[in-house]
Design a protein around this ligand. Structure first.
Ligand code: AMP
Length: 281
């Protein structure tokens, strides 16, 4: 049976007994409205740890758009059933007042990592992510924590935060889980209208086709090509496509770049913003 906690003090007491019994703790932070992408993280966590903790908390400080926060899907009952079947041991579902009894005024400095791509278009987003994840890490004190590569930039920032704050937590990055038509799974997919949902698989299809064109097009030409492909569908509007170094997240200007290259994309499908990425090199 999965045990559900909403109070920090009770949850900490409980985790103390688990830790004292010598069991390893794995942690999967989420905002709920769970899908198979989340569940893949939970299953990996169950396989690699003695005790699996999942948090469900729609963190207000990471939403730069208040409508996005208001409309974010919430379905705790269904989530709990899915977590129970996936073998999670404990679920932490705090209220906002529990996590933020007072406003969190901490400002993190991640150098360029949070200035580019999502950071540029969603000011304050990653600072809010760092606030909530650090609070959750302090409460749970896991041995390992699991994050999806779907949010590639977030994963890079969490790794940097762990380094800066000296957490002894192993961060595990997990592959993107997709729908049968290639669309990266996301809680926000539920909010797509039927016609936007139909158009959305073009995002991943375009990334794949782009990777096949690396011999034909320069980096600059590739960026234009991807933008044109996406915008050719009247239901989609590209916000950015960037080809960046897999570690620094800074734009590359040639395929001969010495490090890895990843293509990261953000697209508006109506009023819903979707992101995806693909390793190019
Ligand atoms: P969220 O609930 O959107 O905050 O996501 C919680 C965690 O699940 C994050 O580490 C995400 O990167 C991860 N995640 C979300 N969607 C996917 C997906 N399609 N495949 C793999 N991981 C995912």
């Amino acid at each position: 049976m999965v045990q559900v906690f909403s109070r920090i003090d009770q949850f900490r007491e409980h985790l103390k007994t688990v830790r004292n019994a010598g069991r390893s703790l794995g942690f999967v932070p989420t905002m709920g409205a769970l899908h198979d992408g989340h569940i893949s993280l939970v299953e990996r966590c169950v396989a690699e740890n003695d005790y699996t903790i999942v948090s469900i908390f729609v963190n207000p400080t990471q939403f730069n758009d208040k409508n996005d926060l208001k409309n974010y899907p919430r379905m705790p009952e269904k989530d709990l059933k899915m977590l129970e079947s996936a073998g999670a041991n404990a679920v932490f579902m705090p209220d906002e007042s529990e996590i933020y009894p007072e406003p969190d005024n901490r400002v993190f400095d991640f150098g360029m990592l949070d200035k580019v791509m999502e950071g540029k278009f969603r000011p304050g987003h990653f600072n809010g992510v760092a606030q909530v994840v650090s609070k959750l890490f302090d409460i749970v004190e896991p041995h390992k924590a699991y994050f999806g590569q779907k949010d590639y930039q977030q994963l890079a920032i969490i790794r940097e935060m762990v380094k800066q704050l000296g957490y002894k937590i192993e961060i595990v990055g997990c592959p993107i889980v997709r729908e049968a038509d290639g669309l990266a799974m996301s809680s926000r997919n539920l909010l797509l209208s039927p016609e936007h949902r139909k158009s959305a698989p073009l995002i991943y299809k375009t990334l794949q086709e782009a990777r096949n064109k690396m011999d034909e097009l320069s980096v600059k030409q590739m960026i234009d090509w991807v933008e044109n492909q996406i915008n050719a569908d009247p239901n989609l509007k590209i916000e950015y496509f960037e080809l960046v170094d897999t570690n620094t997240l800074l734009p590359v200007d040639s395929w001969n770049h010495s490090g890895g290259i990843i293509g990261c994309i953000a697209v508006w499908a109506g009023s819903i913003r979707l992101i995806d990425n693909l390793i190019f090199k």
